[in-house]
Design a protein around this ligand. Structure first.
Ligand SMILES: [Zn+2]
Length: 278
């Protein structure tokens, strides 16, 4: 086998599933996503199967080399494998290292990271509106506002040399979203339904995603966290329609996709951006 190319900054989608039916059937995987930024690795929202997806991915993602774990909120599709991943990150708990970022309600009553494992990371930070933390020199994480999702929920802005990413995780539409994520180059949007506006579900629809993308106008928008409606409709078609109407290049993430950071220009076209590996 040829030697692996040198690692470069990228974002790997270990899964693109959103909500119960897609997770339960695994028509899309629910491993969350992993950033590699200058040797620093951040794993976001490891749902059911995340550890297996990481070990099966090519190149294999070694959890022992992941430096931080971020849980946007306590729902199963975001945190089902949190304890398993944290154990793997910390040598089964024998190696106190890495950082855990999570809302307080994910760690306290009925915790989604088991209490015994909360002793494993070297650092635990409770997410809050207006929070900002340095992950490593030059890499910062910020949680601009609390989302409207029924449980304590935070999206984030991640800034590293040469790139800024905003990730709008699960939420009902809020006018404040556009300002909170303004200025990012890459905007990820958890687009769970075709249409939002249903307060029983508290998820964004593709209509909301389009409105947000049109307002933020990032260099690249990426839809992910698809519910069954989106999977049936075809996330690529939905993303293409948003690209055409807003003029903002918009992709639908695919399981196993690795997106170089910063993303290449012109916007990656569908045949080239879904390859495995950095
Ligand atoms: Zn949720």
């Amino acid at each position: 086998m040829p030697a692996a190319p040198p690692p470069s900054d990228h974002l790997k989608f270990l899964g693109t599933a959103g909500a119960r039916h897609v997770v339960a059937t695994q028509v899309r995987h629910s491993g969350g996503l992993v950033y590699a930024l200058g040797g620093f690795r951040l794993w976001v929202d490891p749902g059911p199967g995340a550890l297996v997806r990481a070990l099966a991915s090519r190149p294999k993602l070694d959890p022992a080399r992941v430096d931080a774990l971020y849980l946007s909120h306590r729902h199963l599709d975001h945190a089902g494998d949190a304890t398993a991943v944290l154990e793997a990150m910390t040598g089964g708990g024998f190696k106190r290292r890495a950082a855990l970022f999570a809302p307080g309600d994910a760690l306290e009553d009925d915790p989604v990271v088991f209490r015994y494992a909360q002793a494993f990371p070297a650092r635990i930070e409770r997410l809050r509106a207006g929070g900002a933390w340095e992950l490593a020199p030059g890499i910062t994480l910020a949680t601009p506002l609390a989302h409207d999702h029924g449980v304590e929920t935070y999206g984030y802005r991640l800034t590293a040399p040469g790139v800024s990413v905003g990730h709008v995780v699960d939420t009902f539409w809020m006018d404040a979203l556009a300002e909170a994520y303004a200025g990012v180059e890459v905007l990820l949007v958890n687009t769970t339904r075709l249409q939002g506006g249903d307060r029983r579900l508290l998820h964004l629809g593709a209509d909301d995603a389009e409105r947000l993308i049109a307002a933020v106008r990032p260099r690249l928008a990426v839809l992910t966290h698809f519910g069954m409606q989106l999977v049936r409709e075809g996330p690529e078609r939905v993303a293409l329609a948003i690209s055409e109407r807003t003029g903002v290049p918009t992709l639908a993430a695919r399981d196993g996709q690795s997106l170089p950071l910063p993303p290449p220009l012109p916007a990656p076209h569908p045949g080239e951006d879904g390859r495995e590996g950095p």
